[in-house]
Design a protein around this ligand. Structure first.
Ligand code: FES
Ligand code: FES
Length: 170
């Protein structure tokens, strides 16, 4: 690659991540997952399949749960992003109640899938804050997240239990 084409491949993007503002220079072929994990050091976002199949790399971008391993970093320009590190921010670094529910219900074993599960669930619950949510709805919402340990039942119960608790607090 010549110097001039190298230059052309760089792009400056600005985004909000876990409530903080960032402006960064990225490579045109950089993945959002690499930017988050390798350059920002937010290693709570995991890499599993690397191909959009397992959900380990899930983040919330503009309100939607997305797989950061298949999203070019350039797409983050102007976006608002939440990673697992941002879930409890603003609560004195205490765990978010959804995280507490996962612990209470025994929904965490090896923990590799947990950040992605939590963020898929959080995006789904936020999108449906006024709706009655069933266990089947939750199953559907986390269908893109693979867990090799728990058999899913405890995860579904944890999300369901939090959805009821949250409704009671409205
Ligand atoms: S690592 Fe991104 S979906 Fe599996
Ligand atoms: S807890 Fe191990 S993969 Fe889900």
């Amino acid at each position: 690659m010549t110097n001039s084409s190298k230059k052309r491949a760089l792009k400056t993007i600005s985004f909000k991540l876990n409530q903080d503002d960032y402006t960064m220079e990225i490579n045109a072929d950089e993945r959002l997952l690499d930017l988050i994990r390798n350059r920002l050091g937010l290693i709570g976002t995991k890499e599993g399949c690397g191909g959009g199949e397992c959900g380990a790399c899930t983040i919330i971008m503009n309100g939607l749960a997305v797989n950061s391993c298949i999203i070019p970093a350039a797409r983050a320009d102007g976006a608002e992003i939440t990673t697992i590190e941002g879930l409890s921010k603003g609560m004195d670094e205490e765990l978010h109640p959804l995280q507490k529910s996962f612990l209470d219900k025994g929904a965490v074993q090896c923990g590799y899938c947990t950040p992605g599960m939590l963020l898929s669930a959080k995006a789904f619950l936020d999108q449906n804050s006024d709706m009655e949510i069933s266990r089947d709805d939750i199953k559907e919402a986390i269908s893109g997240n693979i867990c090799r340990c728990t058999g899913y039942q405890k995860i579904i119960e944890a999300i369901y239990s939090y959805s009821l608790e949250r409704k009671g607090n409205h």
